[in-house]
Design a protein around this ligand. Structure first.
Ligand SMILES: [Zn+2]
Length: 223
């Protein structure tokens, strides 16, 4: 089985059209939506399971300069001026290395309040979840309620403190299933699961040479 890296979707269940959830997390997602509804929110999924192929496409387009890459201040990065390792680090601030996205597991979802903003208008930027943003009330409710529903925010402090990546207040994780998978995802398991597809990943040789430090900075979590 290759369920860590998005190459195996056998344990997934299609909860909504095109939204696949881990079979052991779907009940928790439904309960979360029910509790949110009671509190007056229409909590929906903007993103759920993502395959290796989908993540690899995003990665390769960014690496090759065919999709915009932004720095932590939101300014476009001129990728053609960077060497391969610099390109990798620039992409990693917002996008996961193929095979390392928590969206590969079906345990992690990006959520929003559909009573306040449409999926079409949603940009998944921090401002939408802060102050008077359309999802700020949902976010405040989630901060208080999620621990009781066994969900966590893997890309917010304290969990994101050791990673050099952007905060994502919309990204939540079903902890009982995800934390077991997170512990298994190491440079060794990543290389062995992706053995047959490494040629598809732009910059693979540079990734491989720097794998331990890249995992340390952008991937490894225990949450
Ligand atoms: Zn996400």
């Amino acid at each position: 089985m290759k369920r860590l890296t998005g190459l195996d979707n056998q344990a997934l269940f299609e909860l909504y059209p095109n939204h696949w959830i881990h079979e052991n997390s779907q009940a928790a997602v439904i309960l979360l939506q029910q509790q949110a509804a009671k509190a007056g929110f229409d909590l929906r999924l903007a993103s759920s399971y993502r395959s290796f192929a989908q993540q690899c496409k995003i990665w390769n387009e960014k690496f090759n300069g065919n999709r915009p890459v932004y720095d932590p201040h939101g300014r476009p990065v001129v990728m053609s001026k960077l060497n391969e390792l610099e390109k990798i680090k620039a992409i990693c601030y917002y996008s996961a290395i193929p095979g390392t996205s928590r969206h590969h597991w079906g345990t992690d979802i990006d959520v929003y309040d559909a009573a306040k903003i449409t999926r079409q208008d949603l940009q998944l930027i921090p401002e939408e979840y802060q102050a008077n943003g359309p999802c700020s009330a949902l976010f405040d409710w989630m901060i208080k309620t999620l621990p009781t529903l066994e969900f966590s925010f893997p890309y917010l402090p304290p969990y994101s403190d050791t990673l050099k990546i952007a905060n994502e207040p919309w990204h939540i994780s079903h902890k009982p299933v995800a934390s077991a998978l997170a512990k298994q995802l190491t440079p060794t398991t990543w290389l062995s699961e992706l053995n047959d597809v490494t040629a598809q990943i732009a910059g693979f040789n540079t990734l491989k040479v720097n794998l331990d430090s890249l995992f340390c900075d952008y991937v490894q979590q225990t949450v």
